[in-house]
Design a protein around this ligand. Structure first.
Ligand code: GDP
Ligand code: ZN
Length: 459
């Protein structure tokens, strides 16, 4: 980390301002070579954290490059814990690029992806899960997932992981003392004590893992599949939900030809909705998309919405659908309640007693709110308050937690069957190591490179 790095930190394109950032011990002197202030002639005189007005010149020919504001932030109280210089210039592609080029020509090197944040991590300003939160914040598509990442940046997850790691350290220390000095006078750790302690750790890891399901949904969206024979109102349902909740996200691939996939978000919960009969006027949806395909879709669904038409008696298609959804998580809609009834709530209830059935008139938007509330309940499980929640949203963290859980479960089983203490030690230490890969305490160079390569340049 001897080098001084530089990068454009804002999006390159037409914009009001652009920011070029430098970090490293030569930041100030490099910037000084291309900057001339109005009052502060020499940048070295610029006060720490004070904004200085001036101009950037190309030192090779003295030509004016841009009118800028510049700020010097002295280590160690900076993002990277190194000296930082930020130059606020005019946005657009020419000015920012030219300034970056000048910095590079005068001693800075181009920053790699995520290198500023990597330095913040390596210099101890952030732990690894906090550094990863930075990228998640940048990539957030909903307010809710952004909020969760902010919690992670604030250190919610880190402190929980560190706490569990401390408990493990204490256990290992106890076990080691008992192994090394069995004859000595202090109290040997008892198996009862070990059982309690390992059970506690197991529960704590489990609690974190349990949050990862919601974490996954926040990342990928809740998978909702709409089922129903033609003309029951599936497209109308999709459209009226979309009208109010259309997602900003449009670049998610995966749209198939025989289904329509739409993205939306309800109070911050991202949804991916698949309308199984995306193509209008197909005869039989089950035939069209194939029973297997429909079943596959249902397998991966977090929630199914089965739509029935109350103005028609049940037909073969409906029974087929009922068979498929019977034991799945989902809701059933009894639609077209404004028409003469051939199918009642009671009829349907008898066939799918476990399912929540909502009466709707989708064409008049009646029942839509009810459906959305049910989806929300489904996500929150009725009890979780997101605000201060620690939630595992990162797949890497989840995998490490699964490994750590395996270790502590093994230790726990061993304790129950009273295996010798030195056999436990390995599991406890592995558990610690796996948790340490979340916080970054035990992480390898390869993993670091991989994580930071997902960042953008300039962060
Ligand atoms: P899909 O084939 O399942 O996608 O059904 P559509 O959404 O295309 O709806 C078929 C027809 O039913 C359209 O003409 C809708 O306007 C109409 N429709 C949808 N919901 C209702 C409802 O609650 N009541 C009535 N009367 N008509 C509805
Ligand atoms: Zn349709």
């Amino acid at each position: 980390m001897e080098s001084t790095i530089a990068a454009i930190s804002t999006t390159v394109g037409e914009s009001g301002i652009g920011i070029v950032r430098m970090s490293g011990k030569d930041s100030l002197s490099i910037a000084g070579k291309i900057f001339e202030g109005k009052k502060t002639k020499n940048l070295k005189d610029a006060e720490n954290r004070k904004i200085t007005y001036g101009h950037i010149f190309d030192p090779t020919d003295g030509s004016l490059v841009d009118e800028v504001l510049i700020v010097f932030m002295k280590a160690p109280f900076t993002y990277t814990r190194e000296d930082i210089v930020e130059i606020y210039c005019h946005g657009g592609i020419i000015s920012v690029r030219k300034i970056l080029e000048l910095l590079l020509a005068n001693g800075a090197v181009m920053a790699e992806r995520g290198e500023f944040t990597k330095r913040a991590f390596l210099n101890g300003r952030l732990d690894l899960s906090q550094a990863e939160a930075v990228i998640d914040i940048i990539k957030s598509k909903t307010e809710l997932s952004c909020k969760l990442s902010l919690n992670q940046l604030e250190g919610g997850l880190s402190s929980e992981i560190k706490r569990i790691m401390d408990e493990l350290t204490e256990m290992v220390a106890h076990v080691e003392v008992s192994i090394d000095f069995p004859e000595e006078d202090f109290e040997e750790i008892t198996y009862d004590e070990l059982e309690l302690k390992s059970k506690k750790i197991l529960d704590e890891i489990d609690n974190l893992l349990n949050t990862s399901e919601r974490g996954r949904i926040l990342r990928e969206g809740l998978n909702v599949v709409i089922l129903g024979k033609p003309n029951v109102g599936k497209s109308s349902l999709l459209n009226s939900m979309l009208r109010e909740n259309r997602a900003i996200v449009t670049d998610i691939p995966g749209t198939t030809r025989d289904t329509i996939e739409e993205y939306m978000n309800i109070d911050g919960i991202p949804l991916k909705i698949v309308d199984t009969a995306g193509i209008r006027n197909t005869e039989n949806i089950i035939e069209k998309i194939g029973v297997d395909k429909a079943k596959n879709l249902l397998e991966t669904a977090d929630l199914t919405i089965a739509v029935f038409d109350s103005s028609k008696e049940l037909e073969e298609d409906d029974y087929e659908i009922i068979n498929m959804i019977k034991d799945k998580k989902g809701i059933a809609l009894l639609n077209k309640m404004d028409l003469d009834s051939k199918l009642t709530m009671e009829d349907l209830k008898k066939l799918i007693p476990e399912m929540k059935i909502i009466p709707t008139i989708i064409s008049q938007k009646i029942g839509i709110q009810d459906i959305e509330n049910n989806i929300k309940d489904m996500f929150y499980g009725g009890k979780v308050k997101i605000k201060n929640d620690i939630m595992v949203t990162n797949i890497r963290h989840k995998k490490k937690l699964i490994d750590a859980k395996k270790n502590i479960s093994d230790a726990y089983t061993g304790i129950i069957s009273k295996v010798p203490l030195d056999c436990l030690e390995v599991d406890l230490k592995n558990c610690w190591t796996n948790l340490g890969e979340i916080s970054g305490d035990t992480v390898t160079e390869d993993i670091l490179d991989k994580i930071f390569s997902e960042f953008c340049v300039g962060k």
